[in-house]
Design a protein around this ligand. Structure first.
Ligand code: NAD
Length: 456
């Protein structure tokens, strides 16, 4: 595929102005919605092949989430697209001021393999709603899902409007060399930096949805049973290959024994005592990540799980105890079903540990202590999070989802997706029946006095 020709084709199509029509956008969202429903089974099958996701998990975390955000946005896009009237300063009398919602043009969406359907389609919904064209660079490590997305999009939209590009680093690099109007990237931090560097060459704006180490704190006042249940859910879902999964556990010493007992109980309850034989348990995406994860377990104190199946690329839900900040597992984002535990005595220690690292994508705090809650939320910067739960902060169209610092920039979901792909163009429409003379030369004492009345 000739990428520069493709970009040119999309630019030409964008310039026809068709995508700016709100009816066209709503119709496109309708088409996408119908296609997702039509392809539901195929998408599920592909997710099973790539990651062994069960039908339930695929719907809960990918297909259903995309459909729900799509419905939310579709219902409101007409209202969001309207010009927004704002007051005009008296000094500009007589004029009307408004903000025009303008699409950027040709957008590039680069998506990863861990939620390969959702993380490609959800930004696309925002791009369509805002009136853009889009090129989707799907993940090469989840080939089955990428194939279904390619087929689905090709059947639904003409190439000059929305299209899928397959391939790895080389193709992504070629795409990033084009003069695009917006880049939306989801993936690791290292590549995120490359994307931003390339975007800078053309001054193309970017959203970076990155990762990092997201802490999960269990403080002694927490409801321990519920905390254990919700942490096991958030950590081992998709075998820990979730950007907002709790990466490591900060556990107060006073409740350590009891809490670890509950963690083990819930792992057994959810995944059985033989998780490797559980048909609904997801696998690690490929051998490279599988080997990387096994190395993180080696030499550590495993207090639960630890077994692996090289043939199916599955690793048991695993808990590691006696982990310190210097342990290898604390040097990188885990992105797998391994939960290291670091113990603490006072909540101040927790702040020290987290503030030593980069700003996390997510933070989870389990506590009933209002002061602890207030201090953690006030003193630590992170992308998003929960008090007394994990990962559900992103399952809503009403809140922005994104990182801060090393975990990313920009946000999306619901209205925030529309805003992300929209340029707000400010317009002052001046009337001609009066023309206040104050700003024009010659400047006089009197004019200066008047000016100081207006601008103070
Ligand atoms: P990945 O390897 O699938 O990479 C993501 C995309 O980047 C792919 O499409 C890939 O082809 C492309 N890519 C690779 N090299 C590139 C290059 N040099 N230039 C441009 N594009 C390139 O995904 P990954 O990086 O293994 O994903 C895992 C990471 O993504 C984790 O850190 C995770 O936390 C993060 N993540 C973040 C979110 C979020 O919403 N914030 C969601 C999912 C994953």
């Amino acid at each position: 595929m000739d990428i520069s020709k493709l970009v040119k084709k999309q630019k030409d199509f964008f310039e026809t102005g068709k995508t700016k029509d709100v009816d066209f956008r709503i119709e496109s969202l309708n088409k996408l919605q119908e296609s997702i429903k039509k392809y539901e089974q195929k998408i599920g099958q592909a997710l099973k092949e790539d990651l062994n996701k069960s039908e339930f998990e695929s719907y809960m975390t990918e297909i259903g989430m995309a459909l729900s955000d799509l419905s939310f946005i579709k219902k409101r896009v007409r209202k969001w697209s309207k010009d927004k009237r704002v007051l005009t300063p008296l000094s500009q009398f007589h004029a009307k001021s408004f903000i025009r919602k303008e699409p950027y043009g040709v957008t590039l969406i680069i998506s990863p393999w861990n939620y390969p359907f959702l993380l490609c389609i959800e930004p696309l919904i925002g791009a369509i709603a805002a009136g853009n064209c889009a090129i989707l660079k799907v993940a090469e490590d989840s080939p089955n899902t990428s194939k279904v997305i390619t087929e689905m999009i090709a059947e639904t939209f003409p190439e000059e409007y929305i299209t899928v590009v397959n391939g790895g680093k080389e193709v992504a690099t070629e795409l990033l060399e084009q003069k695009l109007d917006y880049i939306f990237y989801t993936g690791g931090i290292t590549v995120g930096k490359i994307v931003m560097e390339k975007a800078a060459k053309n001054l193309t704006p970017v959203t970076l949805e990155l990762g990092g180490k997201s802490p999960c704190i269990v403080e002694e006042s927490a409801d321990l049973k519920i905390a254990a249940k919700r942490i096991v859910f958030g950590k081992y879902l998709n075998s820990g290959q979730t950007c907002v999964a709790p990466d490591y556990l900060l556990l107060q010493n006073s409740v350590k024994e009891e809490f670890e007992k509950y963690l083990k109980e819930y792992i057994a309850l959810f995944y059985t005592n033989e998780p490797l034989k559980n048909e609904d348990y997801t696998n690690i995406i490929n051998e490279r990540h599988f080997n990387r994860l096994i190395n993180l377990i080696k030499g550590e104190k495993v207090i639960h799980g630890g077994d692996i199946d090289r043939e199916t690329l599955k690793i048991e839900p695993t808990i590691l105890d006696k982990i310190t900040l210097d342990s290898p597992i604390m040097q990188e984002e885990i992105f797998g079903p391994i939960l290291p535990i670091i113990c603490f005595d006072t909540i101040e220690e927790v702040e020290d540990i987290i503030l030593r690292g980069e700003k996390p994508l997510a933070l989870y705090l389990f506590t009933k202590n209002k002061k602890v809650e207030r201090d953690i939320l006030r003193n630590i910067s992170f992308g998003s999070g929960c008090v007394n739960d994990t990962i559900i902060q992103l399952a809503t169209s009403r809140m922005p989802f994104g990182g801060v610092g090393n975990s990313g920039m920009g946000a999306y979901h619901g209205k925030y997706s529309f805003d992300t792909f929209t340029h707000e163009k400010s317009i002052v429409k001046k009337y001609n029946w009066i023309d206040l003379p104050i700003r024009y030369m010659p400047y006089t004492e009197f004019k200066l006095k008047l000016l100081k009345l207006f601008l103070k």
